[in-house]
Every structure is written in C-alpha cells, then in structure tokens.
Design a protein around this ligand. Structure first.
Ligand code: NDP
Ligand code: MG
Length: 424
C-alpha cells in the first residue's frame, strides 16, 4: 500500500513537472495545471511566521490541518510569539535570525524539532527540496534572497513580500520561468487579478485596475500633512497589518509597489495598469478585457481569503470565514488618486519608467525612511522628499544582476541614512 502510494505520488510529481513545461502560460508565472494530488499533504514552510501574514497563514492551516505538513517556520526576534505558535503547531523545525532571540528561545523551550540560527539557515530551509510551497512573508528586502533561492530550486512560492518583486522583479520572475516554479500572489489585489484571469488569455487583457483604500489621509487637508503623527499613520481604516506596510499604505507607496508587482507578475505594461481609490476595500481589483467586459473579485477585507487561495491554488477549500453580504455592497465608491496627496505613488511610476536598478533604490530608500518615520526621526512629508533625492543620486544600472541589486540596496540605504542624519 505504502509502495503504491509512493509510485502514484512520484507519477503525479512527474506529471506536474511535464505539464508545467507544456502548459507554460504567457500572462503570468502560474502554469494552468492542477497542483498537488489530494492524497498528499502539501509541505509548507513560512518565512516570517510571527508576522501579520505569517499568523494568518497559520490560521488558515489550522482550519484544515490534514491538508498541510508544516515544515519550517522562520522568525526574526519575536521568540515569545513563536513559543505560543508551538503550543498549537508542531513544525519540523524553526529558524531564528536574531541571535539574542535564538538564545532566549533555546533556554525557554522543550521543542523537539530542529532549532536553527541565522540567515544561512533561513536561506537553506527556503530552498529545501522537501518544501512543496514556501510562504514568503518577510518584510522588505530581506525576502529577496530566500525567495530567489526557493524559485531556483523549483519550489513554488506564495508571495506576500512584494518588496522582493519591487527590488528584483526581473531576476525573480526569470528564476520562476527558468525553473518552472510558480509565483502565486498573496497580496489581495494580485490575488484578485489572478482570480479574474483564470481561464483567460494574455491577448484578451486590456487593462488591470488596482483598487486602493486611500489610507487614513484620503480626506486630510494637504496643509495638515506636515503634522501627521506615527499614531495617525498607523491607523489604517480597513486593514490590520504589520507596521511597515501600514505606513506604506498611508503614503500610497504600497500602491505604487503593487503597480510594479502587477507588472512583473502578469507581464502587463505600466500603461495598462490603472489605480483607483475605493475606500470600502470590497472590490480587491479588476481586469478589463478587449471586448470591454470587466471582471472583478470581491470579498471582505480579510487576508485569510487570498492566503487560502494561494495555499490551495487552483483549487478552493471550504473555510468558514465571515461572508460578504449584499448590504455591505450597497455603496461602492471610486476616485482618481491625486499625485499631490500621494507623491510616493508618483515616485513609483517614475521609478518604474526608469527601470534598471531604480526600483531597488526606491524600495531601499523607502524602507529606511519608513523606519525613521516610525522612530520619529523624520516627518511624514519628508518620506517622499528623501526618497526622491536618493533616486536622483544613485548610479543607474540598466540591467542589474542580483549582486548589483544587493549593492544598490546597500548604497541607497547608506545614502538615505546620510540624508536623514544631515538633517539633525
Ligand atoms: P510583519 O511586520 O507583521 O511580519 C514580518 C515577519 O517577518 C515577522 O515574522 C518578522 O519576525 C519577520 N522579519 C521581519 N524582518 C525580518 C528580517 N530582517 N529578517 C528576518 N525576518 C524578519 O509584516 P506583515 O506580515 O504585515 O508583512 C509581510 C509582507 O507581506 C510584507 O512584504 C508586506 O508588504 C506584505 N503584505 C502584507 C499584508 C498584510 O495584511 N499584513 C498584505 C499584503 C502584503 P519577528 O516577528 O520576529 O520580528
Ligand atoms: Mg495589497
């Protein structure tokens, strides 16, 4: 019986690899073939398990535990949260990248699985071939290398960490294409687009319409922007997320990043990607086709829905998450975004037009500025000013390789830090 199920499993894996090669689909990096057989559990590792996406991924897994085999969980420093997670889940191993947290964790746990330390371990578990799927949910540039390594090793990636595509979109998507590994979006807008594109062809797509909530400052008087506090910027009207993406949402850099993310994931030109402000966050995005028809994906603003879709793509599993009811759809509004209110959105478009290593500069400088704003070292309106200066001062590289992207990231961080320090 064991032998038979092993033979079937090998056969299905071979089928999967061959069908991926045959069914390579142009418009995105997700072959339109059936993933996984129901007989097998999907082996999943989560990078950033203690984060907002990480915890919600674990919530999704908890609903249907028989479908998943939890391989590795990684965290940076929040070992107390990891201890709580291990009260419920029993992964094969954990990786902790912060040295103090690693020591504290070791001293306070009786976890019997592997306990690993540092970025070398993180990179090696990301590319561990026992993974069927890697959930990439680190924050910022830290996600680039493990995501790249997983794709290079033919491991499918459910991607939340959009900064990976912003910084190194060309390299990451090439790694997926060259190795027939799938890059499945977790970001709610890109999950919506993916759901609209199922069954469609690239030549039928006219336009992608990304929705944005507009963040907490959609109606704030422009004269008051200079007084925006950290607390106000962290108060997102619709979504509860980690602090970095919450600030990015308030500046709308997040939406700019999502335009770049959509370009790389779906192969659409910048001119084919529109952004509309939709304060209710019910329509998660839309695709307009050449015949004038528009498909939209709707749902409550709950990241567990796109996470579940990414974990099970192209199937859907039953979940009892709260349902969107008709009364919540009685008022759906849409507005043009205003570059004066959201200069970071303008910067993203400009950086994308420039291409080369510009998006890596944009991302690195933004990471440093957001951290500085959270530490109250710069004001809200200085975020875009400092990024703009950095963008115009870092050497342009037309076709950067991964090493040049890493160098650009370091150089841009240093440059931005200097600008911030000079202010004092
Ligand atoms: P959080 O800040 O909540 O969590 C980040 C996770 O990554 C934590 O587990 C953290 O560990 C770990 N981590 C952070 N920095 C590092 C580092 N330098 N090295 C190693 N591990 C690190 O972030 P979110 O979950 O909100 O976001 C994750 C990604 O998903 C981001 O790219 C974001 O843009 C994207 N995203 C998030 C959404 C959301 O709803 N939250 C929606 C769409 C996209 P520790 O806890 O130990 O610090
Ligand atoms: Mg999003």
């Amino acid at each position: 019986m064991y032998l038979l199920s092993k033979i079937i499993s090998i056969y299905l894996r071979l089928y999967l690899i061959i069908s991926r090669i045959i069914l390579k689909n142009d418009w995105h990096l997700i072959a339109n073939c059936k993933e996984q057989n129901n007989m097998n559990q999907k082996t999943v590792s989560i990078l950033g398990a203690t984060g907002s996406i990480g915890i919600q991924t674990l919530d999704v897994i908890k609903k249907n535990p028989e479908n998943y085999n939890l391989n590795y969980l990684t965290i940076n420093s929040n070992y107390k949260k990891l201890l709580e997670i291990l009260d419920i889940f029993n992964p094969h191993g954990v990786v902790i990248t912060d040295e103090n947290a690693y020591k504290e964790f070791k001293a306070s746990t009786n976890f019997k699985g592997e306990i690993l330390f540092g970025y070398d371990s993180l990179n090696s578990i990301a590319s561990d071939n026992s993974n069927d799927l890697l959930v990439s949910a680190l924050v910022g540039f830290s996600g680039v290398i493990p995501t790249y390594l997983a794709l290079q090793n033919r491991i499918d990636v459910a991607l939340a960490n959009k900064e990976t595509l912003v910084s190194a979109g060309n390299i990451i998507t090439q790694a997926a294409k060259n190795n027939n590994s799938r890059l499945i979006a977790i970001d709610s807008e890109h999950s919506a687009i993916l759901q609209c594109l199922v069954g469609e062809e690239v030549k039928s797509v006219e336009k992608i319409i990304l929705t944005a909530s507009g963040g907490p400052f959609r109606n704030t008087d422009l004269d008051d922007f200079k007084n925006i506090t950290v607390k106000q910027a962290l108060n997102h009207p619709n979504w509860s997320m980690g602090s970095k993406i919450t600030i990015d949402s308030s500046t709308m850099m997040n939406k700019g990043f999502e335009v770049i993310e959509a370009h790389w994931l779906f192969g659409t030109e910048l001119s084919q990607i529109d952004v509309t402000i939709h304060p209710q966050s019910i329509i998660h995005s839309m695709v307009q086709f050449v015949d004038g028809s528009i498909k939209a994906q709707l749902g409550l603003p709950d990241m567990k829905i796109p996470i579940s879709y990414a974990l099970n793509y192209p199937e859907r599993l039953y979940y009892d998450f709260q349902r969107l009811t008709i009364d919540k759809m009685s008022k759906l509004e849409f507005y043009e975004p205003d570059f004066q209110r959201y200069p970071c959105l303008r910067l993203s478009y400009e950086s994308m037009e420039l291409g080369g290593n510009s998006n890596a500069v944009l991302n690195a400088s933004n990471e440093v500025c957001v951290a500085a704003f959270l530490e109250e070292r710069i004001s809200f309106i200085e975020i875009n000013q400092i990024i703009e200066k950095t963008l115009s001062n870092i050497d342009y590289i037309e076709n950067p390789d991964l090493n040049q992207i890493i160098e650009t990231d370091l150089e841009s961080r240093k440059y931005t830090e200097n600008l911030i320090n000079k202010k004092k």
